[in-house]
Ligand binder design. Sequence first.
Ligand code: IPE
Ligand code: IPE
Ligand code: MG
Length: 235
Amino acid sequence: MLLLEKIDLSKLPKHIAIIMDGNGRWAKKKNLPRVFGHRAGMKSVQKIVETCVQLKIEVLTLYAFSTENWIRPKTEIGALMTLLQNYLKIEFERMMDNNIQLRTIGDISKLPKTPHKELVKVMQKTKSNTGLVLNLALNYGSRQEIMNAITRILESRKNKVDQKTFESYLDTSGLPDPDLIIRTSGEMRLSNFLLWQCAYSELYVTPVLWPDFKPENLYEAIADFQKRERRFGGV
Ligand code: IPE
Ligand code: IPE
Ligand code: MG
């Protein structure tokens, strides 16, 4: 509660994006298989989504699986996909109750059939919800997103493209750029996440591992964000 009081509710970031990192290290610290870290990470997802609903954040983007993560062991990928499937099954009703609209970025057609089907179903059923946009980055990579946009623009035979048009070809079309990008577990890199959209995002890196990331940690990140002076190139 104390930290929540430090937040100015009239100056919240519209769009928060999180690179949820550190599940493996969390499990390792506890001498558990990596999958246990992912399972614990799902609990953090549930809590942080709930907190964003309470704060009335407009968009929450969660980096859940990158285009590079396919090089992981098959068993780990399988476990992540099963977790995604379970998450959608467990959370669907709560999404409806909380007026959450599910969206994705990344090429979800390359995901295994069952989680893909579940995603399409939940997106369809939540598409008229007007509260928090929960945007899951799945099989997402920013370079691929940009290349796809260019390919589609070339196919459309446009001979002139401005910034606005280009952005309408990105997976994030229609969403505001992230105001705040949080990365857990200390790594100071973006790992192919929202490279175009992060042009003026405020970056916040915390050593806290994703499964340990609590609503208090989100309040802390927001309080820090609110102390920053965003200049957008001005003086
Ligand atoms: C983040 O945790 C989850 C995914 C990338 C899917 P990691 O699995 O990358 O955890 P670390 O970085 O090995 O600790
Ligand atoms: C970034 O984490 C991707 C996700 C959180 C889904 P990684 O663990 O894959 O990133 P690197 O390998 O440390 O750059
Ligand atoms: Mg990692």
